[in-house]
Design a protein around this ligand. Structure first.
Ligand code: IPE
Ligand code: IPE
Ligand code: MG
Length: 270
């Protein structure tokens, strides 16, 4: 095994060598997919490697997943790359993750641009390294006119931070006398989120088998369908995304509404 076995070419979304979409998958059926990319450290440790190798392997999983999202006609793909809680990790790991985010953004922006992907950043400036923010802004600028999948890089993102920042903005408007408290609605708050035009999450995926949402998009994912994928993030990719999109296709979304279904023969009737 070479030292970095995860390093590989990622086929473009529609490249001849790319795997074919499953015939049953409805292209464009899901608008917004959000992914909690978890399990890098465990993946690496299980192979006797340092946690940082897991993050490095995650770059390939991310590119393969983005290619799969483009092929499947996903309009928005939000990925959780670094949370406001991840500052609790060791300084070495935090430093690695910041430097690594900067490198990945720089190394991959041209490829993403060729795939017609529009890159956007969501998060809080605060402690985010200025050099990382600069790379995010550069990727945003380069891809601003692209019309394909939007890739939202959630970096130094926290749902509670986002809602706190939005509340602060609303409070400031009230204090300036522009808005009366009784006129504050869900829309007022939604307009102050980091990316107000971002639609609600349809499907929220978390890898590594953990079953929690860890402060990811609580407002936008309030009615999301959840999928907990068993793979650690470095083992995830377009095939797993398509599998999870197929699972989503068979979900029955009700949004609080209800439908009367006549009991089928042999089913329970109470
Ligand atoms: C996800 O993998 C990547 C980030 C949170 C940045 P982890 O680093 O959380 O890996 P595990 O969960 O410890 O295996
Ligand atoms: C969530 O993963 C954050 C990211 C994937 C960036 P964590 O590994 O940080 O979440 P917890 O601590 O297990 O909930
Ligand atoms: Mg984790």
């Amino acid at each position: 095994m070479n030292e970095k076995s995860w390093v590989r070419e990622i086929p473009a979304p529609f490249a001849p060598e790319a795997p074919a979409l499953p015939a049953e998958l409805e292209v464009g059926a899901v608008g917004h997919v959000a992914i909690i990319m978890d399990g890098n450290g465990r993946w690496a440790n299980a192979r006797g490697l340092d946690r940082t190798s897991g993050h490095e392997a995650g770059e390939y999983a991310l590119m393969d997943t983005v290619a799969g999202a483009v092929a499947a006609g996903v309009r928005h793909l939000s990925v959780y790359a670094f949370s406001t809680e991840n500052w609790k990790r060791t300084p070495t790991e935090v430093r690695f993750l910041m430097g690594y985010s900067r490198r990945v953004l720089r190394a991959r922006r041209d490829e993403l641009n060729e795939w017609n992907v529009r890159v956007r950043w969501s998060g809080r400036e605060g402690r985010l390294w200025k050099s990382v923010l600069a790379e995010l802004r550069e990727a945003e600028r380069l891809t601003a006119e692209n019309t394909g999948t939007e890739l939202i890089m959630c970096l130094n993102y926290g749902g509670r931070a986002e809602l706190t920042d939005a509340t602060r903005a609303v409070a400031a408007r009230v204090a300036r006398g522009e808005l009366r408290p009784e006129h504050v609605t869900e829309k007022t708050l939604a307009r102050e989120l980091y990316l107000p035009d971002l639609p609600d999450v349809d499907l929220l995926i978390r890898t590594s088998g953990e079953q929690r949402t860890s402060n990811f998009l609580p407002w936008q994912a309030a009615y999301a369908e959840l999928v907990f994928a068993p793979e650690d993030w470095p083992d995830y990719g377009r095939m797993q995304l398509w599998r999870d999109l197929l699972a989503f296709q068979s979900r029955d979304r009700r949004f609080g509404g209800a439908v009367n279904r006549p009991a089928e023969r042999g089913s329970w009737v109470i």
